[in-house]
Design a protein around this ligand. Structure first.
Ligand code: 5AD
Ligand code: SF4
Length: 439
């Protein structure tokens, strides 16, 4: 047998990219590749890229430049760019960076084995189509390669919302939901391989409407069906749009014990004027009412969000309204970004806010969000939570896992094992995690 070729994949951006990278590794596994943790001994390097903000895309080009010496040392080394930068820039990547042999978008990576052959034959290959066929149907059907008790499972891709700042509808395409039976099959396989927590992924996951045997299923019904799987203990989903938060999904937070009390629900801004300019199609008020309904269903729900500051036209008053919304909601954790114009999106045509102003706003918003995050963590001290342990921690004898609320929790106790779910008492916090003891 020929010696296995080595594949190094570096993943940028969102959790869907993490999932896609695993599928790409499996697709190339069928062509004789095994993954390696180091670019230095690789026969193929794939960068699975993110285009959501400018910095994310620029990182890819600087990373590619660094592979020059590797390629000089090993002429057989092939370099590929996958993901959303690949989709958005296509051939342009080949022009800008002659080191690149292969460019593949998020909807065509099931074609990687054929592209790999072309590349080995000395060609350069680009495929950024949005094909008719479903890539999942053409990917290897064997069991997924699993090493952890938690896993991602893509149930929906693409977005039809067209927020004025966002590239996702262009890089990932229109909303497509995978059929129920395929998702259940993949989930069963994960559970058989020791997975106890599944996070359902989609760019707009709560818009899920997949074909079931008796018509269209929404996300809540899918979650309730998954919850019936013995051995699967925890279900999460991300990312959602407020307008797709339907009644049965809100109810599931209260009555489905396997659905974890953590919800990432981006609002982006607290100003109705800016929300309108962003084409978000909801108001600050309607978002706050929605949070109230969710908390009525599940009072201890931990909320996470996304915010953009310095969107074109954002005044001091608009920004203060964002601060007021944050105070009204109370987030357990959140992500916030300075607006970054993305080529091809409607907002990119509009005059921006001066950078110093945006930076100052971002600082103030992040200070408030961090304060809320710490307060939420501090409120956990003395409480009992259950933790699914995922990996050894930094210190000797330490294990780290996640609470129901997605807090990182570490425990030092030789009895704790990876994959175990245990009740612990929170004793203190460091900046990004909680320290706990077994009860
Ligand atoms: N500039 C800044 N932040 C953005 N996001 C999406 N597009 C942009 C952009 N052009 C943020 C949004 C989204 C998160 C994934 O990234 O907050 O929810
Ligand atoms: Fe982008 Fe999310 Fe808006 Fe869709 S809903 S356009 S993915 S920010």
């Amino acid at each position: 047998m020929a010696e296995a070729k080595k594949l190094f994949i570096k993943t940028y951006g969102c959790q869907m990219n993490v999932y896609d990278s695993e599928r790409m590794a499996e697709a190339l596994g069928a062509s004789g590749y095994v993954t390696t943790d180091s670019a230095d001994d690789a026969d193929m390097i794939l960068l699975n890229t993110c285009h959501i903000r400018e910095k994310a895309a620029e990182k890819v080009y600087s990373e590619l430049g660094r592979f020059k010496t590797l390629k000089a040392a090993n002429p057989e080394l092939k370099i590929g760019v996958a993901g959303c930068v690949a989709q958005a820039e296509g051939e342009e990547i080949m022009r800008r960076q002659p080191l690149v042999d292969l460019v593949v978008g998020p909807q065509t990576y099931h074609r990687l084995p054929a592209m790999e052959q072309a590349v080995r034959a000395g060609q350069r290959a680009v495929d950024t189509e949005f094909p008719e066929e479903d890539k999942f149907e053409h990917l290897p059907k064997g069991p997924r390669a699993i090493r952890a008790p938690t896993a991602f499972l893509t149930v929906q891709e693409g977005c039809d919302k067209f927020c004025a700042f966002c590239v996702v509808p262009y890089t990932r395409g229109a909303e497509v939901s995978r059929p129920v039976a395929r998702i259940l099959g993949e989930a069963r396989d994960l559970v058989l391989r020791g997975v106890r927590e599944i996070t359902l992924l989609g760019q707009n996951v709560n818009a899920y409407h997949g074909a079931g045997e008796d018509g269209d299923w929404g996300l809540a019904r899918l979650i309730r069906e998954l919850a019936k799987l013995d051995g699967l203990e925890r279900i999460r989903f991300t990312t959602s749009h407020p307008n797709d938060m339907e009644e049965d999904l809100i109810a599931a937070h209260g009555d489905e014990p396997k659905l974890m009390p953590y919800l990432h629900l981006p609002v982006q801004s607290g100003s109705d004027r800016i929300l309108k300019a962003m084409n978000r199609k909801h108001t600050a008020e309607s978002y706050i009412r929605l949070i109230e309904r969710l908390r009525a269903a599940r009072p201890d729900l931990l909320l996470s969000g996304d915010f953009i500051v310095g969107f074109p036209g954002e005044s001091d008053q608009d920004f203060e309204e964002t601060m007021a919304l944050v105070r009204a909601v109370g987030y357990g954790q959140a992500y916030s970004f300075k607006y970054s114009p993305r080529p091809g999106t409607p907002a990119a045509e509009r005059a921006g806010v001066p950078d110093e102003v945006a930076s100052e706003r971002l600082q103030r918003l992040q200070a408030l969000l961090t304060e809320q995050q710490y307060a939420t963590q501090d409120a956990m001290i003395g409480r009992e939570v259950s933790v699914l342990f995922e990996k050894p921690g930094r210190e000797a004898g330490q294990m780290v896992g996640k609470s129901e609320y997605l807090h990182a929790v570490h425990v030092t106790n030789p009895k704790v094992q990876i994959g175990q779910i245990a009740r612990v008492r929170v004793m203190g916090r460091t900046s990004n995690s909680l320290a706990a003891e077994l009860v």
